[in-house]
Write a protein that binds this ligand. Structure first.
Ligand SMILES: C[S@@+](CC[C@H](N)C(=O)[O-])C[C@H]1O[C@@H](n2cnc3c(N)ncnc32)[C@H](O)[C@@H]1O
Length: 197
């Protein structure tokens, strides 16, 4: 079922079996977490059951975990072991011109994933290390950069797109947040996935 708006998401909740509906918490979206629009984008474009690699975990991790297998790189011990995800703990390291996850701790990233959600570390630490350590990731999968309404995150999106020689698209959310996408799943691929499912 494709959901297009908040009404659609509410309908989905009504139609979800009680066992799952009990777990779904729409208040987990927005604020520090990804917006409803971004949740719906992922729900609609990534095949359910696939793996998502997330940088920065929070309340939306649990909502995504109902449809996807989650892996979360997390620097803050306070945010570990809260949700249904495989945590990859990586404290922040000072690299001189930027701070980011200590890559020594990123040697056990999953091999297989269909989406990277770049939503951490938090803005004050910065996310630009993702650009410097792109080689750690499979950059052929869809990459979503949350919070590109902020200058630093927008620069990261643009610089990664330029480095990979790929276009990007920015999506606007009602709450004022924006997210950018590189390697968006094309309409053709979505139709093929539907036909094969
Ligand atoms: C933007 S949050 C990541 C949110 C997550 N991807 C989600 O959508 O729920 C970035 C970092 O902030 C911290 N964090 C998560 N939820 C938080 C909250 N409610 N309040 C303060 N910090 C939070 C965690 O250390 C996380 O790695």
């Amino acid at each position: 079922m494709k959901i297009r708006n908040w009404l659609g998401l509410s309908l989905l909740l009504l139609l979800t079996p009680l066992s799952k509906a009990k777990l779904f918490n729409p208040n987990a979206l927005g604020g520090w977490a990804i917006s409803k629009e971004l949740f719906m984008y992922i729900y609609n474009t990534v095949e359910h059951g696939k793996n998502i690699l997330e940088l920065g975990s929070g309340s939306a991790t649990q909502e995504l975990a109902q449809y996807f297998t989650m892996y979360s790189i997390e620097h803050n011990k306070i945010w570990l072991d809260k949700y249904e995800t495989t945590y990859i703990f990586a404290p922040i390291k000072n690299y001189g011109s930027y701070r980011w996850f200590n890559t020594v701790f990123l040697n056990k990233l999953p091999k297989d994933y269909d989406l990277i959600l770049i939503d951490g570390p938090p803005g004050p630490i910065g996310r630009y290390g993702f650009y410097h350590h792109l080689n750690l990731f499979n950059t052929n999968v869809t990459m979503i950069f949350d919070d590109v309404q902020r200058g630093a995150e927008l620069r990261l999106l643009k610089d990664v797109a330029r480095k990979l020689k790929k276009p990007y698209k920015i999506h606007y959310c009602k709450d004022g947040k924006r997210f950018g996408v590189i390697n968006a799943i094309s309409k053709d691929k979505k139709i093929a996935a539907l036909l094969l499912s």
